[in-house]
Design a protein around this ligand. Sequence first.
Ligand SMILES: Nc1ncnc2c1ncn2[C@@H]1O[C@H](COP(=O)(O)OP(=O)(O)O)[C@@H](O)[C@H]1O
Ligand SMILES: [Mg+2]
Length: 224
Amino acid sequence: MSVQLELQHVSKVFGSGVGIVHALTDANFKAVSGELSLVLGPSGSGKSTFLTIAAGLQVPSSGRVLVEGEDISKLSNRQRDRLRLTKIGFVLQNYEMLPYLTVRDQFKLVDRANDQTLSETELKHLLDELGIGHLLDQYPGELSGGQKQRVAIARALYQQPAILLADEPTAALDSNRVQIVGQLLARLAHEKQQAVVVVTHDERLKDFADHLYQIVDGRLSQES
Ligand SMILES: Nc1ncnc2c1ncn2[C@@H]1O[C@H](COP(=O)(O)OP(=O)(O)O)[C@@H](O)[C@H]1O
Ligand SMILES: [Mg+2]
C-alpha cells in the first residue's frame, strides 16, 4: 500500500478584503492505494475546492500537492495534463457529457487518452451493475439526472486510474443505487488497489469508507 496522493498544509483563499473567503485552511491529507477515504461535509464547506486542488485542476494559495511523491506544482502544464490523464480519474459534481455523443461514444473518448482501460467484457459488466447497460445508444439529453451520474461514474472507472476522485457521486441517486455505488467504489479500492477519495454530504456513504474525514468551514479533520 503506497501513498498515491498527499496534501500538505494546503489552503485556498478566494477574493480579498471584506469579500475574502477561506475555502480551505491548512488541509493535510493522504490517500493510500487500496483504500476508500470519505470526506463528509455540508454544502459550502470546501469539498469541491479540496478535490479540485487534489486533482491539479486548481492551484492552492499555499501548501503542496504530491502525486506519487511528486510535487505537482513543479511540473510543466504538459506534464501535469499527462499525469491527470494517466493517473487520475474524476467523477465531477456536474457530470457533464458531450451532448452530441452517445453514451457508447463517451467511453471511446476516454480510449484515445488512455491505454489501460477496462476490457469490453468488464465494461459491459460494470454498466449492467450500475443499471445503465441498456442506454449505450442514447444521447445525454435523453438520460435522467441519476442515469447521467451513473454514466459519469462508469466513465471514470473505465479508465482504471490509480487515483479516483469523486465529487458528490450519489447526489442524484436513490438509496438502492447509493448502496450499489458505495459497494462498487469500495470494491475498486480493495480489489484493484486504487486510491479512492469521495467528497460528499451524503451520510449514506459512511459505511463504505476505510477512513472518514469531516470538513467544516474549510477545516479538514480525520475521524478514523
Ligand atoms: N471560484 C470561487 N470564487 C469565489 N469563491 C469560491 C469559489 N469556489 C468556491 N468558493 C467558495 O468557497 C467555499 C467552499 O466552496 P466549495 O468548495 O464549492 O464547497 P462545497 O463543495 O463543500 O459545497 C464557499 O464559500 C464557496 O462560495
Ligand atoms: Mg461541491
